[in-house]
Ligand binder design. Structure first.
Ligand SMILES: C[S@@+](CC[C@H](N)C(=O)[O-])C[C@H]1O[C@@H](n2cnc3c(N)ncnc32)[C@H](O)[C@@H]1O
Length: 368
């Protein structure tokens, strides 16, 4: 006679089969870091952003402020990216201004909880001093696309759908009819703003027309604010080639850390790896030179890269620097300089035809 094997009554029960954990969750979590850094910069008075409150969970609203050097970095990065985006949208050619159809588009990779679309819509309503009515950027002349992982996009779509302040500019003058929000898929399709659920590693296998309302015949600015660095190098190369292969007139701007071999760079790598996060192209584009070079390798016709120190010294207007000096004391000047060298914005573009001036607003910024 045989007995069933005896069980140890004190052993922990067999783990119940669990659902596989999504390996991209740690990367998705980096959006919260970026959001709370911007929230800190807004709360302290560096940035104006009445829309961010809708994305910050109540329990995190009182979270500790970031140190002054971090607030400053967020401020410089935000203003510099805003400047590049706004210059692209300043449609100055008369033939482009004719009619009211969409003339340009912006695609934000890994947009997370970013609020740039709403801040921009608010700012573009304010007349630019020193520019004729004909030179004012037009808010109805562009379409804004955002891409992120499906679970991130679903959360964002829900917040937008339930927040009148966020919904208003998307409805625009067309009314609600032309805005399609699918909360279960997390997508939004409208003439002004579109939200797409997509793992960017799959982008090179798609045709631009697979993405609703994306028109490859329009001049298009792609933005990666701390996103492409999480993708494997061959996927990033594939995305740059996808852009230049499919879009006649295209620009790309990238914000990300550089200098992986400094003490700070090693510390960042170590801290992130303890959260299961790898900066996949940190070593592939480790300095300003390789950051600029990547655009030429990706078949853009021009590429430039500047670190946060240079952008601070050359791009931020003096009155804005004076204003921020009154916002918060900065005692750690040496630390600020070290940190400013660790992050850069790089950008590049290609024109459809010689003689077309789509990226005229960006020219001259290389030497500024
Ligand atoms: C550091 S956050 C930056 C968020 C926003 N761009 C900002 O600067 O505030 C990185 C974002 O990229 C997204 N991301 C990373 N890899 C991605 C991928 N393969 N496909 C889609 N989104 C991705 C993450 O989900 C996250 O929202």
């Amino acid at each position: 006679m045989s007995f069933p094997p005896l069980r140890d009554p004190f052993a922990t029960p067999d783990p119940t089969p669990s659902r596989p954990v999504d390996p991209t969750l740690p990367i998705q979590g980096t959006d919260s870091d970026a959001l709370l850094s911007r929230w800190s910069a807004v709360q302290t008075g560096y940035l104006h952003d009445p829309y961010i409150q809708h994305f910050v969970p109540l329990r995190q609203r009182r979270s500790q402020r970031r140190p002054p050097v971090i607030n400053r970095g967020t401020w410089v990065r935000t203003l510099a990216i805003d400047a590049l985006v706004e210059r692209f949208l300043e449609v100055t050619e008369d033939k482009e201004r004719a009619g009211s159809e969409i003339k340009r588009q912006v695609v934000s990779f890994g947009a997370g909880s970013d609020t740039r679309y709403w801040r921009l819509m608010e700012r573009l309503r304010i007349e630019k001093p020193g520019k004729s009515p004909n030179e004012q950027p037009r808010i109805d002349a562009f379409r804004w696309h955002e891409i992120d992982f499906p679970s991130m996009i679903k959360k964002k779509a829900k917040t937008i759908a339930t927040t009148p302040d966020l919904l208003a500019p998307i409805r625009g003058t067309d009314g609600f009819e032309s805005v399609h929000i699918d909360q279960s898929a997390g997508t939004i399709v409208s003439p002004s703003y579109c939200l797409h659920a997509l793992d960017l590693t799959n982008l090179p296998s798609l045709a631009p027309n697979d993405i609703p309302n994306l028109d490859p015949s329009l001049p298009t600015l792609f933005i990666s604010e701390c996103c492409l660095i999480y993708l494997p190098p061959d996927k990033v190369t594939g995305i740059l080639n996808w852009i230049t292969g499919n879009f006649g007139s295209a620009g790309l701007l990238i914000y990300e850390p550089i200098l992986p071999h400094t003490h700070f760079g090693k510390m960042m790598t170590h801290n992130l790896s303890s959260r299961d996060i790898t900066l996949r192209t940190f070593g592939t584009y480790p300095d300003l030179r390789s950051q600029a070079r990547r655009f030429l390798d990706g078949r853009f016709t021009a590429g430039t890269a500047k670190d946060i120190n240079e952008l601070h010294d050359k791009w931020i207007p003096e009155d804005e620097i004076r204003r921020v000096q009154g916002v918060e004391m900065l005692d750690e000047v040496e630390e600020w300089k070290l940190l400013g060298a660790q992050y850069c914005i790089s950008w590049g573009y290609k024109e459809k035809d010689a003689g077309v001036n789509t990226w005229a607003g960006w020219r001259g910024l290389e030497d500024k």
